[in-house]
Each structure stands twice: as structure tokens, then as C-alpha cells.
Write a protein that binds this ligand. Structure first.
Ligand code: ZN
Length: 465
């Protein structure tokens, strides 16, 4: 077997690994590079010719794992893209949205470059288009969890629930040849244990090799109890003084998780009766997929469905899809809780709502997710004022709050618990999908375990295993 690390090597995004084994070339994930300093890689030709790849196995639909699939197909990939059935339903929504963003960004850049009489580093064309996404969709093929699927006589694969987002998977690839049988595990992104909605990550007992994420290799999250308490306090206090609560939210997982928490707080009468809006067409669509795939959710959530209800519905909730309805929210009298995309305020409807509320000291801007350097969310979180929204300058008078407990990612102790599932040390663990400090900390822990070997591969590095 040969493995080559084509992304997420000593960085968090761009997950993409090429495994050449048993006569097949398998790409595990085909993610977009999202850090600004590495985004140029999205424009470079694939390091291996896409037509030579036989299969893509997708761990989950986040763009840093799936975002370059349309480009791969446009450049010649014609094999199958295997993924779980929930991912099969969500991927078209996610990559179609990404294509529209690419097209809109390009149109905007073109205009700006024309006005400023200069050229950008790349041609003013989208990375891929809606048409490229259409060509990608016929290649998708859903596979069930925990069932081996043969790719040829010597290679079989299996998907296990990774507990990270709906449909997420840890992959096992088993290769049989004259030398015997070997297996390699790709962790995908590992979820947190004991959190609402999703199952715990599946414990994997045996592996010859492991490719493991290390996003939170050096830190833990706040626990879920504090999330409910904080959410309740912030909303009660804000509603009391007549302010609004604005929550920038990601469409997948975070939005549904918030709905779940709000629903629970409502059932337990812990929250004031306030109108709650989910103003994001993509989040509304993804919430419907959650309802279809309730069998993948944890026991507690399934029980809520069985009692005739839905953990994502309650009387005060309004799901908003059209732009007209979205504008109407700002005319609503009285305090509201408003969840809207994008999660880091880089675009989308949240920007419009923020512009209307940013100078109101009674209202709150509540962050529930990571804010990357360089985003409007991060600037505001870091205390920058005034800020520019849609070309206008606004002083930041809205109160800023943050809840850390939300994360689809395993914290440090969760990663250690996941490693504890192995009955014997694998021959080698390759750490990926983490920043330098996280990788070093987790690598130190792994190498301190008896008989364990660990490597943090470099971008494009290849290993014979
Ligand atoms: Zn992810």
C-alpha cells in the first residue's frame, strides 16, 4: 500500500488522502483549502490525474472534506463517489451552495477589479460552477454503515458512524494480497461523546494503520450543561430589557443543535416565550434531512420523534426561506431570537440583520462557533469598532457573548478515549487535520503509550506501508 497526504497535513482544511492499494486508487475526501494562506492550492491542478482515480470515499459533507469534488469531476474523474445515505442527501445541497458562492464571488471580484483597474492572482472565473456540480451528482452512491463493500477481489471498505455531523463516517479499508491482510482506518472528523442528537463515535478495535484527525489535540470544550444554562441566561436577560438575540450559525449541525437546545429549554419551561427565527434556506433544508434520517440520531432524540413530536419544532419557531420573509423579521415588534448564516458573518442574511442591530446596546450578538482570523465575526469578537458592513461603517454597540460548548469536534479527552478503543497498538498513527500545537500535543500523548508509533506527515508526503 502507498499513501500520500494531499491536504490537511499540518493544517486543518483540505482533507484529501490518496491510497494506492490492491490495484485500486482511492481518494479519501476531496476537501477545499479554507485557510487564506493556502487557498491558492484550490486552483492548482490535482497532484494526481483525476481520471486515474477509481473511487472517492467521502467521510462527511463539510466543505473542507468535500468542497473540491466538482473540480475533480470537471477535470476527469469518472469513478464512483461512495458516501453514507444521509451524506448522499446533504452533499448536493452543500456543494450546490458552494458553487453559487463561487459564482457570486467571481462576479463581485470581476466588478471590483474592473473598477480598480487591476487583476487578481487567478483568472476571474469561478473555481467551479453549478453545472460542474450537476455532473458530479450521478457519481454519488450511498453505502450503509457497518457493511463491508468490495471494490475488487482484494479490497473492501466499511463506513462506521463518526458522531461528528449527520452521516459522518470513519472509514476502514481492508487490503488482501500475497503478503496477507492489512487494514487502514481513516478517522474522518471525530465527534464529541455524550452530546445531544448524534451517536457517540464508533469504537474501532483493530487497525494496522490509522490516519487520525487532531483538531482539538491540545484542548477540551465546555460541557453541555453550561450551554443550556448560558443560552437561557443570555436570552432571558436580553428579552427582559427588550433586545434581540442574533446568532450567526452554520447550516449543518449547529443550527439543528440550537433548535434541539431551544426545544428542550421550552419543554422544561426554562426560557421566556419569545419568537425564534431560523432564517437560512440551507439550514431549513438540512433540518428536513435530519428528520428523514432520524434512524441515525441518538436514542434520546429518536424517542422525541416517537412521541409524535420533533425535537426541531416548537410553537414559537418560524422557519424562514424566502428573502421577503427574511426582510419582514426586522419589522417584527418585540424581542426576537434570530439564527442566520453565515456562521462567521462572511456573507448571507446575518449581515443584514446585524446592520440593523449593531448599534443597539440592548441586543446581543451571540457566537456559538469558531470565528476564523480575517472574518467579520472574528473582528467583532476581538473588539474591533467601527466595522464595515456592505460598504457602510457602524460602531459596535451591540453586546457580544460567546458560548464555547458547541463543537462537532472531539475535544482532547474525546480523542484519547477514541484511541483507547484499540485493543492493540496499530503499527503507525498518522496525525492530520490539526494545527501545529494540537498535533504536537497529541503526538506526545500517543508516543508515550506503550508500543505506539506516530507520524505527522507533511503536505504531499508519501509513505509505503
Ligand atoms: Zn467536519
Amino acid at each position: 500500500m502507498r499513501i500520500r497526504f494531499l491536504g490537511a497535513a499540518r493544517q486543518v482544511t483540505g482533507s484529501c488522502y490518496l491510497l494506492d492499494a490492491g490495484g485500486v486508487k482511492i481518494l479519501v475526501d476531496c476537501g477545499m483549502f479554507q485557510e487564506r494562506e493556502y487557498s491558492y492550492r484550490n486552483w492548482e491542478p490535482f497532484p494526481v490525474s483525476p481520471e486515474q482515480i477509481d473511487y472517492v470515499l467521502l467521510t462527511h459533507v463539510h466543505l473542507d472534506h468535500s468542497g473540491l469534488l466538482p473540480k475533480l469531476v470537471r477535470e476527469g474523474f469518472a469513478g464512483k463517489i461512495l458516501l453514507t445515505s444521509a451524506s448522499r442527501e446533504m452533499l448536493p445541497i452543500v456543494i450546490m451552495d458552494s458553487a453559487r458562492v463561487q459564482e457570486e464571488d467571481t462576479a463581485f471580484k470581476k466588478k471590483r477589479h474592473l473598477k480598480e483597474g487591476r487583476k487578481g492572482p487567478h483568472a476571474d472565473v469561478p473555481l467551479y460552477t453549478v453545472h460542474d456540480v450537476d455532473r458530479c451528482l450521478p457519481l454519488l452512491e450511498a453505502v450503509p454503515y457497518e457493511k463491508y463493500v468490495s471494490l475488487n477481489d482484494g479490497v473492501k471498505i466499511c463506513f462506521y458512524d463518526a458522531g461528528h455531523i449527520l452521516g459522518s463516517a470513519t472509514l476502514e479499508i481492508v487490503v488482501q494480497n500475497e503478503g496477507g491482510t492489512q487494514n487502514i482506518i481513516f478517522s474522518g472528523d471525530i465527534g464529541q461523546y455524550d452530546r445531544p442528537l448524534l451517536n457517540d463515535p464508533t469504537a474501532i478495535k483493530r487497525a494496522d494503520y490509522v490516519v487520525m484527525e487532531s483538531t482539538y489535540g491540545n484542548r477540551n470544550h465546555e460541557d453541555a450543561q453550561h450551554v443550556d444554562e448560558k443560552l437561557c441566561d443570555i436570552i432571558s436577560n436580553t428579552v427582559k430589557i427588550g433586545g434581540n438575540v442574533l446568532i450567526p450559525t452554520f447550516a449543518i449541525e449547529r443550527a439543528q443543535e440550537l433548535l434541539y437546545h431551544f426545544g428542550r429549554l421550552r419543554r422544561e419551561h426554562c426560557m421566556p416565550l419569545v419568537r425564534i427565527f431560523l432564517d437560512s434556506p440551507m439550514a431549513v433544508e438540512i433540518t428536513k434531512v435530519f428528520e428523514h434520517y432520524r434512524k441515525y440520531l441518538d436514542e434520546e432524540t429518536r424517542a422525541l420523534f416517537e412521541n409524535g413530536g420533533s425535537p426541531f419544532k416548537f410553537p414559537e419557531l418560524r422557519l424562514v426561506e424566502s428573502a421577503e420573509e427574511s426582510k419582514a423579521i426586522d419589522r417584527f415588534k418585540g424581542p426576537v431570537v434570530l439564527m442566520s448564516g453565515s456562521g462567521m458573518i462572511t456573507g448571507g442574511r446575518i449581515k443584514h440583520h446585524l446592520a440593523r442591530n449593531i448599534t443597539d446596546p440592548k441586543s446581543v450578538l451571540l457566537f456559538v462557533g469558531y470565528q476564523a482570523v480575517g472574518t467579520l465575526g472574528r473582528l467583532i469578537l476581538d473588539g474591533v469598532s467601527p466595522v464595515r458592513i456592505h460598504g457602510q461603517s457602524y460602531p459596535v454597540r451591540i453586546r457580544i457573548e460567546k458560548i464555547e460548548g458547541f463543537s462537532a469536534h472531539a475535544g482532547m479527552d474525546d480523542l484519547k478515549r477514541w484511541l483507547g478503543g484499540f485493543a492493540a497498538p496499530p503499527r503507525r498513527v498518522f496525525l492530520t487535520h490539526g494545527e501545529q500545537d494540537s498535533i504536537s500535543s497529541l503526538a506526545d500523548y500517543i508516543s508515550s503509550k506503550d508500543g505506539w508509533q506516530v507520524t505527522a506527515p507533511q503536505y504531499m508526503e508519501e509513505f509505503e506501508i
